[in-house]
Design a protein around this ligand. Sequence first.
Ligand code: SF4
Length: 454
Amino acid sequence: MTRADDPAEIAALRPQVEEAPELAAELLGRFRTHPPVRGVTVTELLDPRAAYWRSVHPVPATAEEESRLREGQQLHERLGRYLVPARAREVRVRRNGVVGRIDVLDDRPVELKSTATPPKPDDDLRTSRPSYLEQLAMYGALTEHAEGRLIVVGSGEVAPNSVRVWDVGFGRLDRIEAEMTLRASALREARERHDPMGLPRCAWFERGCSYRAAGVCGCVGSEPPLPTTILDEVGPPKGNPAEADRIGSWLATATSDAGSFARFRELAYPRRAFFDERRDPAGASEPSKFGTPGDETWSALQAVLEGGPPGELEFRHADSGEPAEAVAVFRNEPCLVKSTRSLRPVPADRVVAERPHYLLELGLRCAALGTTSGYLFTGLERVPSDGPWIHAQRVRFESGEVLRSLLERRERDLTASRISGNPASLPACPRWMYDGCPHRDVCGCAADAGGPGS
Ligand code: SF4
């Protein structure tokens, strides 16, 4: 069985990797003179105490939680495609150190939710779903929109595909933003102190908080509640049954398209994507770590790149809309940001042999945007922050046609496997993915001669 990052296949792309020491020095200088504020996400601001525990002592999601999450992601993906073109989906916005990834940003921010227990049309969302409203209001503040839309779709067996839509107006956006800044600062300080003292009480304190259940969190329930400052600026949600009917009718007839892809990683590691999509939660042996968010070093490097002059780092989509994921573009070229436990960076002439997957992931992004060169940034986790922890390389692929045919081949093979239900033609994942993979019992890659992923 070939591997997805087979060095021979990567070498056939004829990548030329060059060190970019001046660029690395420039970024290090930026880091030292204007230390970036670590980005805090809007979802973290909805429940800062849980966000604190998630970062200092993560509790792996159960297989059932993962299954729910995946179902929600798939629904977001399908519905997003129906509602707007790729450029308006999953829009990343960063302002004053707060980062939002907005499901849909067109003439207003739109938040999509899927839940097995959707609120009733006459529910008071302020009490039944305050976090939905807060999240939408924060997106309004981040993008300076005075109105947003909330779309809630029923999932699971209880209310499949039932749709409710509310239009929501916001009051003083500056007050919402000020409260976001306060919550973000409190969370950053708690992380620096390694102490959640002062963070508001967790919304899930008495509703099955996983950190409490795991004995991680020492909360007692007397912590101060989350301030209502943001909710105070949210106007009464107005039901929009016409939009709900329109979406509901589409969902009732829409079928999923085997030839659409949400993320580049599906094409980089198609065998893993194949099994992730089909995974039976009851049969899953361990939680997945595929696609977990980056660590401190990765986040710091990302913040350095985002902290440059306006337009230096942008997010662009492929004209074809496939994959739907936006590509980070640094100085007009796709870039890939990685972090590593290695003490030393992999030199340019060893990248094909030692980090072929970096070139694979970057090459797919270049192919999607129709370009042949990009940047590879690596953060060295074990190098102190006053040392040379940022490494930059420039990559040029010889032929756009060869890159394009790799992308199309991966798309074609994964589509065919999804339709046939047979992953036989899909390459095994890189060897390093095998240990943490929940599909080892069913995938068959380890049964192949030469061991996992060989
Ligand atoms: S068992 Fe191996 S090839 Fe199969 S999905 Fe997991 S890592 Fe990939």
